[in-house]
Design a binder for this molecule. Structure first.
Ligand SMILES: [Zn+2]
Length: 349
């Protein structure tokens, strides 16, 4: 019988609540990850990051599995063009309920320096700036290929999970390769999108991305924060309620990490990056292990990918700009974003 080394690290980290179970991994060499308090899933041919090393003995790596309920899947919901201050103004009561029981910030999260739909969503799901993932235009140019780098759809699919993308704009096809999205569906209104999402929940999923397009469309036509814009957000909130109800009905709510955010905000009838309201986005996380309360740390939209990876035990990628929002799990940040730039992912970043 092999002897395993239990790390001093697990005593130091708040994530290990009860005596950990040590598992024998199929990995053949020492694994390095940012945060050893969570189990690391082995995904073939995917590199891992190297901030903290787990000790191993006889070539066997010890992984620590928390004995508390764990996150088993992730659902990311993006409201296109939703300003943080619109949530209470609408009001979006289902989302306010999620905020009340979740970790959130309405003031500290921003999208990239080019606050537009396709590049912002690519950063959100890839953990990379647009220069790295190659999605530099707010239009689907097929010749430019899909988002480059290892994104969370690569990681989810690589770990054998069912992956789903239900979006309200065709151009979001460029966010992930068809090979890594088991389901990709375009619907054009909130109720229909929620209906499709509910159908997918009942079939089971590991990673689902849901995109509600209408706040942006109404904002461009009638103005951000106007009556029509807020009404559309209430429609989107009803759609959220239907999705959450299905998670409840299926008994999946507790073990699903739900992140609600946006690709950008907006002002007047646009979001071209003139004012902070164009860049600011809401960021809300709920699910087991999430510590309710306001997050004080600065969040960039690339952190969404990193947070999902962290919660699900996928390897954080060495080239990711995104950092897990450790505060949402009641943990300290092991790394921070540089403070010497106004907005993340300027072309020189
Ligand atoms: Zn947008």
């Amino acid at each position: 019988m092999k002897k395993f080394s239990i790390l001093l690290l697990c005593l130091l980290l708040p994530g290990s609540v009860t005596p950990p179970i040590i598992l024998e991994s199929a990995l053949s060499k020492t694994v390095s990850i940012f945060a050893p308090s969570r189990p690391l899933r082995h995904i073939p041919n995917i590199a891992v990051s190297s901030d903290v090393e787990l000790a191993s003995e006889d070539g066997i790596t010890s992984l620590i599995i928390p004995s508390v309920p764990v996150i088993e899947r992730a659902l990311i919901i993006s409201y296109d063009g939703m300003r943080p201050d619109a949530i209470a103004a609408a009001p979006m009561n289902n989302l306010l309920g999620l905020i009340n029981g979740g970790a959130y910030t309405m003031t500290n999260a921003v999208t990239i320096a080019y606050p537009s739909t396709l590049p912002s969503h690519a950063a959100m799901l890839s953990g990379l700036c647009m220069k790295q993932n190659g999605i530099i235009y707010d239009k689907y140019y097929k010749y430019m290929g899909y988002s480059k780098g290892v994104d969370i759809f690569d990681l989810a699919h690589g770990s054998g999970m069912r992956t789903v993308m239900i979006v309200g704009k065709d151009k979001l096809r460029q966010l992930a390769e068809p090979e890594t999205t088991d389901v990709f569906e375009v619907r054009y209104d909130e109720a229909s999108i929620a209906q499709a999402a509910v159908g997918q929940i009942s079939q089971g999923f590991g990673l689902m991305f849901v995109h509600f397009p209408s706040p942006d469309q109404v904002g461009h036509k009638y103005g951000w924060m106007g009556i029509s814009y807020l009404k559309m957000l209430r429609n989107g909130d009803d759609a959220l309620g239907n999705i959450l109800a299905e998670l409840d009905r299926m008994g999946l709510r507790e073990t699903t990490l739900v992140i609600v955010t946006a690709d950008h905000g907006g002002h007047d009838k646009n979001h071209i990056g003139l004012v902070i309201e164009d860049f600011q986005i809401p960021w809300i996380a709920a699910g087991t292990g999430i510590v309710p309360g306001e997050i004080n740390a600065s969040i960039q939209t690339m952190d969404t990918a990193a947070t999902v990876a962290y919660a699900l035990g996928w390897p954080l990628q060495p080239d990711w700009v995104g950092i897990p929002v450790y505060e949402a799990f009641g943990e300290s940040r092991l790394n921070v974003h540089p403070e010497d730039i106004n907005w993340p992912c300027h072309q020189w970043n």
